[in-house]
Design a protein around this ligand. Structure first.
Ligand SMILES: [Zn+2]
Ligand SMILES: [Zn+2]
Length: 401
């Protein structure tokens, strides 16, 4: 990474953070267990827990992360205030600090200036990094000029400790009191909920940089992990997120579990959120094909002119796939325009085009997948003769279309 000797000074421990992050999990688990044993199963407190869990969890993922760190959509002052108040209640620092750290995480991912660099170990990326004072804290704020100009953000930064006490602990205690269980409200909706949301966020910086696939980019350690997604309000699709951080979604397919995406969709439906930014489908597909091509090249990287030719055949196959995708997308755009302005015959023609190109696209996709299957089954121990067989088979796949 960048060579900069001033970047690695002696790091000082932040004793408050160290104490807070190590004692609260113990107190939370002992507290809720003790309360459960003495008061039976706490249904009323579970309700307080759920409300606080959703409000603070979404304020981190939809608010701190997708809105303030990446500006992936727009929303009004009311919703901003909600994110700031309940984001503070997640007790993960003010959004000014959180977002400037996070923007550096994306900019310098896996490098020395990445605040939660996974190269320093799982525990460090998970929570160890918070035990230290950050010597770059002021420098990091330079990448958040939009936030240092936002009066609501500055207000939250100033009142952050007060908000933690009042909203993270005061509010659930009060809600518990209304149901006749103030201590239960404090333990379940305050302490235990805070610890759960802490580790939910921390897992993205640790586990989502260690376990899972890399379908969109091989350039950094971020992974897509479908098991992490439900635990993290949808942030588990982290490889996609690092490749396309400005997209409002992390799990882009309809079946990918991303509560934050559904929340943003719902708030847009009722008019609270607007201008959701998404990456055009062909670009996403292009990223996928590039990764598959990269993996195929690694597999075929034996010194052999035949295998070089195989790479060339694949390269051509990918090109025709992308071309088909482009034509198909264009025909669809033309059609939606034609619906408004053009004649019936014109529409019929475009509809035929769409049908033709979608067939072409499906064929190109099938050929590509077949070729990838062949390459994946190819073994380094194969001799020259087998390589010729592979090359012929690949050429056949792309010729037969
Ligand atoms: Zn990351
Ligand atoms: Zn991010």
């Amino acid at each position: 990474m960048n060579m900069a000797p001033m970047e690695t000074p002696e790091r000082e421990l932040n004793y408050l953070n160290l104490f807070w992050l190590t004692t609260t999990p113990v107190l939370a688990i002992v507290g809720v267990t003790w309360y459960w044993l003495h008061n039976g199963f706490p249904w009323a407190n579970l309700l307080v827990f759920t409300l606080m869990y959703l409000a603070t969890g979404l304020s981190i993922t939809a608010g701190y992360h997708r809105y303030y760190s990446h500006r992936s959509y727009e929303c009004g002052k009311g919703l901003q205030l909600f994110y700031l108040i309940f984001g503070a209640a997640a007790a993960q620092n003010s959004v000014l600090n959180w977002a400037s750290d996070h923007r550096d995480h994306h900019r310098y991912v896996d490098g020395e200036k990445d605040p939660y660099n996974i190269g320093k170990g799982f525990f460090y990326a998970h929570m160890g990094w918070i035990f230290y004072a950050d010597p770059l804290a002021d420098e990091r704020k330079k990448n958040a000029p939009d936030l240092t100009k936002d009066p609501l953000v500055l207000w939250q930064d100033r009142w952050y400790p007060f908000l933690v006490v009042a909203v993270s602990f005061g509010l659930p205690t009060f809600l518990g009191l209304l149901m006749g269980h103030p201590l239960g409200g404090f333990l379940w909706g305050g302490l235990f909920r805070m610890v759960v949301v802490h580790h939910m966020t921390f897992l993205i910086n640790s586990a989502a940089h260690v376990w899972g696939g890399k379908p969109y980019s091989m350039n950094n350690s971020a992974r897509d992990n479908c098991f992490l997604a439900p635990l993290t309000f949808g942030e588990g699709y982290h490889n996609f997120h690092h490749k396309f951080p400005a997209d409002w979604r992390n799990g882009i397919r309809w079946h990918q579990f991303d509560i934050t995406k559904w929340w943003l969709w719902a708030t847009r439906t009722i008019g609270l959120t607007s201008k959701l930014k998404s990456v055009p489908e062909p670009l996403i597909l292009k990223a996928r094909l590039e990764v598959e091509m990269e993996k195929a090249k690694q597999k075929l990287s034996i010194d052999s002119s035949i295998l070089e030719k195989a790479q060339e055949v694949l390269e051509n196959g990918r090109e025709s796939f992308l071309l088909a995708m482009e034509r198909y997308q264009k025909a669809k755009t033309d059609y939606s325009r034609a619906k408004r302005y053009w004649s019936v015959t014109m529409r019929r023609e475009i509809r035929n085009d769409i049908r033709k190109y979608s067939k072409e696209l499906a064929n190109a996709r099938r050929s590509w997948n077949q070729a990838m299957d062949l390459v994946n089954r190819f073994s380094y121990s194969y001799s020259g003769a087998k390589s010729i067989v592979l090359l012929t088979a690949l050429a056949d796949i792309f010729k037969s279309r």
